[in-house]
Design a binder for this molecule. Sequence first.
Ligand SMILES: Nc1ncnc2c1ncn2[C@@H]1O[C@H](COP(=O)(O)OP(=O)(O)OP(=O)(O)O)[C@@H](O)[C@H]1O
Ligand SMILES: [Mg+2]
Ligand SMILES: [Zn+2]
Length: 331
Amino acid sequence: MGYSSEVYELARREMENRRLYAEQELGKRRDKLYAICPRAREIERELVKISVSAGKRVIMGADVRKELENLKNNSLALQKELDELLVSHNLPGNYLDEWYVCDKCNDTGNIDGRMCTCMKSLLKKTAYEELNKISPLSLCSFESFSLEYYSKIKDEKSGKIPYNYMQSVLRFCKKYASEFSPDSRSLIFQGGSGLGKTHLSLSIAQEVINKGYGVIYVSAPNIVSRLENEHFSSYSERKGETERLINECDLLILDDMGTEYQSKFGLSVIYNTLNTRLMTNHPTIISTNLSGKEIQEMYGTRMMSRIIGMLDRIEFTGNDIRQIKRRERKK
Ligand SMILES: Nc1ncnc2c1ncn2[C@@H]1O[C@H](COP(=O)(O)OP(=O)(O)OP(=O)(O)O)[C@@H](O)[C@H]1O
Ligand SMILES: [Mg+2]
Ligand SMILES: [Zn+2]
């Protein structure tokens, strides 16, 4: 649970492609074999023919058991000849079978009505790809997070050494990700632009997805406009779906809180989302440029005391890494 319907649809399509690919490859292998060994084609045709004619005879009233017995014997002989032909051409025994990615479910994604593990990992992979598609960063991981961007000189205002401090933030985030469970606490990342809030929240997302959890990453403007469209459109096939997923996913990353269009609807989306998730104990990670005071001014005291007060606050510090990187590229 926790994946959007797009993710399910994409995964289903990928499964279909895998089956199609297996079929096409088998076709190619067959053609190759027939070219070097025409007898193989004859045997395959013969196999089809004898089963069709046995079927016909049964319909005409022949003894079913006798026909089946004959069919079995005849096809066994032909199959044996075919196997020997494969051996004589140095081909593997399964040369004329479909080669599926997953032998357990033959790329159907299901075993006896239950989801196969291959489908589970495909969903995970798809969800991550989708997440990367809508996020502004495609290469965010703990590995690509470098501490070298943070100064080792003490910042007089905060009294912190950015390098040391961000090292502990990184450590905390790694621990949060590796120990993530549906009971994990909710976090709020606060700080100026380009300090790595989105980078670290996506790194957490990636690791939590790999652990098999349903994670949704949304920016505040994006979720507000999406819910607004769903809410006010008369064509409402998906009415309520996004809202449900946002409320129920194992981990919600709500990025750029405070940059959404300031309307009554927008404010209530953010407030209700956070309120619902906190009341039902679903972990959420918020990123924002706003200070506590600004959150209160924008969303009101109720939001500040009831919601933000319940989150673990992580302050980001340093210089705008977006700008540092831009400058480095220009050099
Ligand atoms: N420690 C880091 N090591 C390497 N790259 C980093 C680091 N921190 C940030 N970046 C990169 O710098 C850019 C800006 O970082 P990011 O988007 O995480 O900042 P932010 O704090 O979310 O900013 P904003 O408040 O504007 O959303 C991104 O390209 C990100 O990958
Ligand atoms: Mg950001
Ligand atoms: Zn499978």
